[in-house]
Design a protein around this ligand. Structure first.
Ligand code: NDP
Length: 329
């Protein structure tokens, strides 16, 4: 299925003329997006609690208000605080300040996809979600380079929500390389899928590999360098992104190419097993809302849940080996 891509020429920055943009949160994304918008000649105020991030925004020359004041001041409000605190902050400090025809902009689909934000019925709701860390959002804007970004309209009361979303996307530099039309549901599902299906499987591959290689008597130093400490996998992923999954094989030796392709062909059964497992995760955990209900339940003790899982993951011999190798320098 092909998605529509929006470029600079699809986005009119004049749509933002005379409309103050309130950037709520001055962390990874807030700091970058606020500066990019200001450099795009958009009027920006920052909303933040009175602590370190506030001081950083003041230092960068912004007018900084309390979050509730910023929500009242902005006709467009960018919600750039961590996903897990958004529901409470929106209900208590942002929703009361939103007026009819205002626009709330999220940078991640999670809370919208799972119905966790309680918003007035008369505001537009859009998503402008960079697929890029904040530092690079700023750096690429300054270099005139774009970065991947997903854009969607979740609620269009005014009839102009898409124009607003695209203007914000252009103002932060996201249409320079083309922003992809998406939805909060799609963005959230893809994010959760990589977190719950792809990356745990990569961890599992590393654990199983360590067990087999250590059992064969190879040294921890050599095994870990081979698997990831050397940084080689990061180089391979960079080539995949630049050249393509199959095309990048050309930068590997002939022996490596032959071995990789031969064993890929012999992995058909494994692909089938993973496909079944991943489909269960996608449908049973993610799209069903079961994971979000568990993780975002009011009062859920998320910190101790993560701590318990981290402690258990830390008991695998690979972790002890890695710590020992790092300690030996
Ligand atoms: P950060 O963790 O960097 O956000 C920090 C900001 O949130 C600070 O201004 C902090 O202010 C404020 N904040 C934290 N807790 C609270 C709270 N309880 N009440 C009020 N303000 C609070 O967030 P990110 O920039 O990483 O993420 C923002 C959004 O962007 C999220 O939706 C995320 O999913 C999305 N996103 C993030 C990306 C990234 O690379 N990090 C990439 C793409 C999207 P204080 O001084 O009060 O602590």
């Amino acid at each position: 299925m092909r998605a529509r891509t929006y470029h600079d020429s699809d986005a009119d920055l004049d749509v933002l003329t005379g409309r103050t943009v309130a950037v709520v949160g001055y962390g990874n994304q807030g700091c970058a997006q606020a500066q990019n918008l200001r450099d795009s000649r958009v009027r920006v105020v920052v909303g933040n609690r009175d602590d370190d991030y506030r001081a950083r925004a003041v230092h960068d020359g912004f007018e900084v208000l309390g979050i509730d004041q910023a929500a009242r001041a902005g006709r467009i409000v960018l919600l750039l605080i961590p996903d897990e605190v958004q529901a409470g902050v929106v209900a208590e400090q942002i929703a009361p300040g939103l007026g009819a025809g205002d626009t709330l902009v999220v940078a991640s689909g999670y809370n919208l996809a799972f119905g966790l934000l309680d918003l007035p019925a008369d505001v537009d709701v859009v998503m402008v979600a960079p697929r890029m860390i904040g530092e690079a959002v700023r750096d690429r804007y300054l270099r005139g380079a774009g970065y991947p970004c997903l854009v969607s309209v979740e609620r269009d009361v005014t009839g102009t929500a898409l124009a607003t979303a695209l203007a914000v996307a252009r103002g932060i530099g996201a249409t320079a390389a083309g922003a992809i039309e998406s939805s909060a549901r799609e963005e959230a599902a893809l994010d959760l899928f990589s977190e719950q299906a792809i990356w745990p499987t990569v961890f599992a591959v590393l654990q199983a590999s360590y067990e087999v290689l250590a059992d064969a008597g190879f040294s921890d130093e050599a095994i870990l360098d081979e698997m990831y400490l050397s940084g080689e996998p990061a180089e391979v992923f960079a080539r995949i992104s630049e050249m393509g999954l199959l095309e990048q094989l050309r930068v590997h030796s002939r022996t490596s190419q032959y071995g990789q392709l031969l064993h890929l062909e012999r992995s058909a059964e494994l692909v089938g097993t993973l496909r079944d497992r991943f489909a269960r995760i996608l449908r049973g955990e993610i799209l069903s809302g079961r994971f979000a209900a568990e993780w975002s339940a009011p009062g859920a003790d998320t910190e101790s849940r993560i701590r318990a899982l981290l402690d258990r993951a830390g008991t695998h011999p690979l972790i002890a080996a890695e710590r020992a190798v790092r300690a030996r320098g």
